[in-house]
Structures are given as C-alpha cells and as structure tokens.
Write a protein that binds this ligand. Structure first.
Ligand SMILES: C[S@@+](CC[C@H](N)C(=O)[O-])C[C@H]1O[C@@H](n2cnc3c(N)ncnc32)[C@H](O)[C@@H]1O
Length: 191
C-alpha cells in the first residue's frame, strides 16, 4: 500500500491501479504503479507529490468509517496498560471501522491473533475491507453478537467497546488466560 503526500502535507491513500486526482492535478495510474516509496512524482499541473508508506495511524485517519472511532490517546492507554505484544491473543468488540483492531493487529504481529466481533453486517464489511487494504493478516472480523458467546480461549486481552458490556463479564473470564486483561471502554449518555 502506498500513500501520496502533497506540497501542503495533505495525505491520501492510493487505490491500486487507479490514477490520483486532487485540486493540485492528476497523476496517472502508470506513473503511480512505477513509483517506489520515497519517489517524487508530478501532476499534470506540475505540482510535486511524495510517495510514502502509511503507518497504522495514517491509515486509520484516512480509512472508511461509519461510526465513531476510538482516539489515539485511548488506544495508547489500552496498549500501554495491558502490555500486549508479539504473540498476544486478543478479543475485541464491537469492531466499528476497525481502529483499535488494527492497532492490536499491528502490535501482536504475525505470531499473535486478533478476533474482532461486530454485530452489524454493514460495519463488519467496512472493517474487513479496511483491514484487507491495510494488508494485515492476523485479524479475523466476525460478524457476530459477542453476547451470544466468545468462541476463543487462551486470550490475553479482551477489549469491550459496546453497550452494556457487563452482560458478558462471566463469559470473558472463561476466555481469559491467567493474568489476562479485561478492558472496558464506557461511553455514557445521561438524559
Ligand atoms: C463505538 S463502536 C466501536 C469502535 C471501535 N472499537 C473502534 O476501535 O473505533 C461500537 C460498535 O459496537 C458494535 N456492537 C454493539 N453491540 C454489539 C454486540 N453485542 N456484539 C458485537 N458488536 C456490537 C456496534 O455495531 C458498533 O459498531
């Protein structure tokens, strides 16, 4: 996956095989497919663009989403407190667009695994596409109600960001490894 950076520092994710268009001009699909990370390319209006490799944060900022996503400060807190790392196994719900799932996948690496549950089919499709585009293979998006049961065991971290998370605490404890973490993100509305 490649990202293009314009002279103003504005970032765009490039779509495979497609030309790039912005108010600073068009860069052809051919030029883009030949360009390597670090190259500079020109639009037909003679503006310069840099080809760069997006990191997980660049990608999340630009990816498709249909619901609110967790912000970096909260994601950072979860990663730092739980200490999860290479080889960790994570259960996450609900997926939403996949923001924290992508961070989990990025941190647990090829030897770890992330199972992320999303009750809405349309949201799970968006998340699957986002994860596939980012090119990470260690995240399984499950279009399932997590309250119907957690399929996995030997889990190091369960992260819940959904209404009434306490309804599945017992099930969570059965899935967790000794010393594992249950992290709950509460969103309050009081009327
Ligand atoms: C605020 S969003 C999650 C954002 C996400 N954690 C992120 O990283 O940005 C809450 C999601 O939980 C999903 N959801 C709600 N109840 C659920 C359930 N019982 N099982 C699975 N997903 C659920 C919703 O459809 C919604 O997409």
């Amino acid at each position: 996956m490649k990202m293009i950076l314009d002279e103003r520092g504005k970032k765009y994710i490039l779509k495979e095989g497609q030309e790039f268009q912005s108010d600073l001009g068009i860069v052809s699909a051919e030029v883009l497919s030949d360009a390597e990370i670090g190259d500079e390319v020109k639009s037909h209006l003679d503006h310069s663009f840099k080809i760069v490799k997006p990191n997980v944060n660049d990608f999340i900022d630009l990816m498709d989403r249909r619901c609110s996503i967790l912000i970096k400060k909260d994601i950072g807190t979860v990663l730092a407190y739980t200490g999860l790392g290479a080889g960790s196994r994570v259960v996450d719900a609900g997926t939403g667009a996949g923001a924290i799932a992508l961070h989990f996948g990025n941190v647990v690496g090829e030897t770890g695994m992330v199972y992320t549950y999303e009750i809405r089919e349309d949201f799970s499709e968006v998340a699957k596409r986002n994860i596939e585009t980012f090119g990470i293979k260690n995240i399984e998006v499950k279009n399932k109600n997590i309250k119907a049961g957690i399929d996995e065991d030997n889990i190091d971290v369960v992260f819940l960001d959904l209404p009434k998370p306490y309804e599945i605490f017992e099930d969570v404890y059965d899935s967790l490894n000794l010393g594992g973490w249950l992290v709950v993100f509460f969103r309050f509305s009081i009327f």
